[in-house]
Write a protein that binds this ligand. Structure first.
Ligand code: SF4
Length: 366
């Protein structure tokens, strides 16, 4: 078996780490190349025109995995309200039509997620013993937590650094180093090392950065290619970004704490209640609640990332203007038409607006 996965943020590092720790016999992992315009073009060409961007990008990525010889593909499936449940079926059919005889192994991300992932690992490792699977899984998850911890620091440093681009460069080094770390001890050591290096970057001591929350659909929030590196671009403009959604948080709650009855979104859903009192699929309910949350936390603005044609985020986008919480929202529709320069121009105008509002607010207080 040559097992391929679609790209999604740093998730490939965890999959690679687990594969390295498990002896899968003749089975081999195929990681597609980092996403490029070609990945998007392939996805767009072979997807229904109305499909959402995550569908198109993951299809493009899976085609690239097949080109590298993958014959078995791992993908998510679900029973939620959005179209995620149809992804694997539609993409499998398309790959067959293109002549790739790839077999799909799916992970149920609606229910029984932990069991579904464990079962899948068991299958692709020809029945590796459970203690070995659990240990490989924790090692893989440890890398995700380390990378998200470092990235959180990067978000703060980017806004303050004097020499723009230094934090991003160190973060890229950290990704490569943690990817290559052979054990958990080394992962912890590297995490400390990179957090320390980031803390030593020369920063502007007088800066009081504009703070922006990033909300929206999970794929476009986490996968930088799909949002054109929006966090890096905001950092260049001196903006500190914060986002709740990370892969490690998803793992922590969806695979562990949810089973103990702890719902990470309970508070956010409560905040959304006056405006939206039920799940609308995807991450739409959370987007509305997070608008209220970021406003209460005193953030200057909010960026709402929504894939074009994504129904849950369209619902959220239409509700947001009617909330009483006063925080400016920049809605960014992510699709294949999005152009980087256009996005940067919109970000610059948004940041100007936020700076103006802050000056006016501070002037009133003085
Ligand atoms: S939430 Fe939206 S973008 Fe994500 S899979 Fe569902 S429809 Fe597509």
């Amino acid at each position: 078996m040559r097992v391929g996965i679609p790209n999604f943020g740093n998730s490939y590092i965890a999959v690679k780490a687990a594969a390295q720790k498990l002896d899968a016999g003749d089975n081999e992992l195929v990681i597609p190349p980092p996403m490029t315009r070609r990945t998007l073009d392939l996805g767009v060409k072979y997807s229904p025109v109305e499909a959402c961007l995550p569908y198109k990008l993951t299809l493009g990525s899976l085609i690239e995995a097949c080109e590298l010889g993958a014959d078995t593909l791992i993908h998510a499936r679900g029973t939620g309200i959005c179209r995620l449940g149809y992804y694997a079926k539609g993409q499998e059919q398309m790959l067959h039509d293109l002549g790739y005889n790839a077999h799909f192994l799916t992970i149920d991300i609606s229910q029984h997620k932990f069991r579904s992932i464990m079962r899948l690992i068991k299958d692709v490792t020809n029945g590796a013993p459970w203690p070995k699977i659990i240990s490989a899984f924790y090692f893989a998850v440890g890398k995700l937590f380390a990378l998200d911890k470092i990235e959180k620091v990067v978000h703060k440093v980017r806004a303050l650094e004097i020499d723009k681009g230094t934090a991003s460069q160190i973060y890229q080094e950290a990704i490569r180093a943690i990817d290559g770390a052979p054990n958990q001890r080394e992962v912890k050591k590297l995490t400390r090392h990179y957090v320390d290096r980031l803390s030593k970057i020369p920063k502007n001591p007088k800066a009081s950065p504009i703070k922006v929350g990033i909300v929206g659909e999970i794929y476009v929030v986490i996968e930088p290619f799909s949002n054109m590196d929006i966090e890096v671009e905001l950092g260049k403009l001196g903006v500190e970004v914060h986002r709740t959604m990370t892969i490690s948080r998803w793992v922590k709650y969806s695979l562990f704490l949810n089973y103990l009855g702890i719902n990470e979104w309970r508070g956010v859903h409560k905040l959304a209640m006056p405006y939206l009192d039920h799940d609308v699929g995807g991450d739409g309910w959370e987007s509305v609640g997070e608008k209220v949350l970021y406003s209460r936390k005193g953030y200057d603005g909010l960026i709402h990332l929504a894939p074009f044609t994504c129904m849950p985020e369209i619902v959220a986008q239409n509700i947001m203007p009617s909330t009483k919480e006063d925080i400016p929202v920049l809605a960014v529709l992510c699709d294949e038409q999005m152009a980087k320069q256009g996005l940067i121009t919109r970000l610059e105008a948004f940041v100007d607006l936020l700076e103006f509002r802050r000056k006016r607010r501070d002037g009133k207080r003085a």
